[in-house]
Design a protein around this ligand. Sequence first.
Ligand code: C2E
Ligand code: MG
Ligand code: MG
Length: 390
Amino acid sequence: MPWWCAGGGDEFVVVVSTEGFVEAGAVTLLRASFARLQTVVRFGDTDIDVRCSGGAAVWPSDSRDFHEVLQLADLALYKAKSRGKSRLQFYDTDILNERHKVLALRERLRAALRDGELSLYWQPQVDVEHGYVPSAEALIRWTDRETGRIVPPSEFIPAAEASDLIIEIDNFVIEEAVRTAAKWATVWQYPPIAAVNVSAMHFQRREFVGQIRDILRRHNLSPDQLELEITEGVILGNNTEVTRNLKGLEALGVHIALDDFGTGYSNIAYLSQLKPDRLKIDQTFIASLSGSCQMESLVSAIIGIGKAINCEVVAEGVETVDQLEQVQNLGCTLVQGYHFAKPMPDEAFQTWRDDNYPDAVASVKHLRRLGNRLASAMGDAGRVRDRDVP
Ligand code: C2E
Ligand code: MG
Ligand code: MG
């Protein structure tokens, strides 16, 4: 049975002729070859665990055109990768339908961005030790004009992330967040830091730091009023461009938070070099806290990591008083979740903050909080407790 093999980058194509050979046999052969590719290769003193994903399409049942068969195999590969590591996926018509849906969604999203249907909601992060709102996270929403529905990001960010469209969306979000934070600085004396989610793709871009500097300058916002949230995937692999960007942002004075911490594969040694300002414990840990000693130990360990590298830890997704008490008992005093407030438009957020954590009392708390951060960086001796200050 003739084989033909070609490739480039980290992908290659194998063509197996089924002439005089039943199709089912070729499928079995492909599965067996795929299994053989998943192996451990010894390289010097290191064992390398080789993993691969595969997509397959069959001529002539899927298409009679060779180039189209290649495209369909590529679609199947895309699907295999999206389902997780080490999968072999055969093409079926559902995959094509899904692909068409994603492309249609992306076009509607492009139009939504152009027509002003995207906006930011804000969710406060509360320092429960000092009763103060040091920061708020910007969360994108899409108000679909056709249906009037507010579409959550989980329904459109993944489609945008698979293309350059995510860069345009991130640019809109950063610009809008900085503009809003600059407005807060004129309304409040102690405005919260604006925290913005930035996609992994953006951190690979050479011009990223310069772009952030320009936006801050244009809106006259101090860099320490902006925080960029990245996921563990961004720092995975210690990529040179990402490291350069992170260092550039640190030099600029912008805060960095590691979002959904605990769900990825952080390299702890690299983490201590990176020195993020915040770790955000993923909400799935908080949701499983009650009654689970194991989960409590895990959350406690994450809080310990944060303390060890001297960064603040935020508990995300705190919905109940029980959860709040639990995270506080474990030593985490920065909290975000429905227990305090759901994400809301800027106007509602300003009213919420004025009603619950007025700026007039923020000054003392702000200074006390800064004092404590400084003290914890120097050791515990200089710590100012609530009861020590009137
Ligand atoms: P994230 O950055 O981890 O944001 C936290 C998510 O948890 C938000 O969902 C928020 O509404 C939700 N949340 C907060 N408190 C609670 C709670 O107590 N209970 C529950 N069940 N959920 C809570 P949202 O707004 O749907 O955003 C989902 C994800 O979409 C975000 O996760 C982030 O990864 C992404 N995202 C949101 N806005 C943007 C954006 O502007 N740009 C990019 N690139 N990604 C974004
Ligand atoms: Mg986030
Ligand atoms: Mg998160």
